[in-house]
Design a protein around this ligand. Structure first.
Ligand code: DAK
Length: 256
């Protein structure tokens, strides 16, 4: 039984809602653990094709739990190794969509950046205020933001610790869509539903190849893409997709 999240599934979409509203969904260690366990559960569930992570109207998450973080020492961090939990999010194979309203700060922004697509309301605020606490982003923020918007812009935002509006985040290519705040969930579910109709094996092979593009050389990336391309030909969905095209009918994919 989860204490800090709620989860449910419908029509191939697994939904995780962050649920610590009285502290703007501040992420403590147990909450991150619950999120990761639920992501892995959905990833291993054949009935789920796409995962949605959402907060509430006021906050996606306003960062790591500062009260908990105050107790940390270099040795407690070394022994607990809390970042290993975050690394597991990058191992999820299925598409993860973040639906963001309100604050997505610090660890909350990092959680959104661990997702594949980000849909935000006009009122959303993204930022890394860690510098104001005398630290710096620790769950990948410097890397994700530099890769998304370039080194100079990332430095400016992270050094100043200021929040960017959804519009600015969109203009820099950090997020995918901005909609009216009351439409965030609807738009996210609409996009997720579209993805549930796509061939699941293609989606996961595409996810692996596209994310690798930010780390690999062009040739290494092309080699990985090629391997995944070959692998797709082992699927029934590849046969179905091409057969449906030649029979002039819509394809029906089964993830096999
Ligand atoms: N931690 C703990 N409590 C928080 C919180 C947070 N990050 N953010 C908000 N709260 C609590 C507030 O203390 C307040 O609690 P009560 O006073 O009602 O008991 C309640 O949520 C409502 O917040 P406010 O009253 O402040 O609400 P406002 O609308 O006035 O202001 C705000 C909203 C988001 C501007 C403000 O709450 C704020 O500045 N919050 C802190 C934002 C922040 O600095 N976040 C970054 C934290 S550093 C790691 C992984 C990741 C990280 C670190 C380590 N490991 C794996 C080890 C990441 C670090 C960070 O995220």
């Amino acid at each position: 039984m989860s204490k800090y999240i709620k989860s449910f599934s419908e029509d191939g979409i697994g939904v995780i809602q962050l649920n610590r509203p009285n502290v703007l969904n501040a992420l403590n260690r147990d909450m991150v653990h619950e999120i990761v366990v639920q992501l892995e559960t959905f990833d291993n569930d054949e009935a789920i094709n796409v995962i949605v992570l959402k907060g509430n109207e006021k906050a996606f998450a306003a960062g790591a739990d500062i009260e908990e973080m105050m107790e940390a020492t270099p040795l407690s961090l070394e022994l607990l190794n809390p970042f290993a939990e975050w690394d597991k999010i990058s191992l999820i194979k299925k598409p993860i969509l973040a639906a963001v309203n309100g604050f997505a700060l610090g660890g909350g922004f990092e959680l959104a950046l661990h997702c594949d697509l980000i849909i935000a309301g006009e009122d959303a605020k993204f930022g890394f205020p860690e510098v104001n606490l005398g630290v710096l982003p620790g769950a990948g923020g410097t890397q994700f933001l530099a890769k998304a918007m370039g080194v100079r812009k990332a430095l400016e935002w992270i050094w100043l610790g200021e929040s960017m509006s959804a519009k600015i985040a969109y203009d820099y290519g950090v997020i995918n869509r901005v909609v009216a705040k009351e439409l965030v969930e609807e738009e996210t579910m609409r996009l997720a539903t579209k993805l549930t109709k796509q061939p699941p094996i293609s989606l996961r092979l595409i996810k692996e190849a596209v994310h690798a593009a930010t780390d690999l050389t062009l040739q290494e990336g092309k080699n990985l893409e090629r391997k995944n391309f070959y692998l797709a030909f082992a699927s029934e969905d590849q046969k179905e997709g091409m057969r449906a095209f030649s029979e002039k009918r819509p394809a029906s994919f089964r993830g096999k």
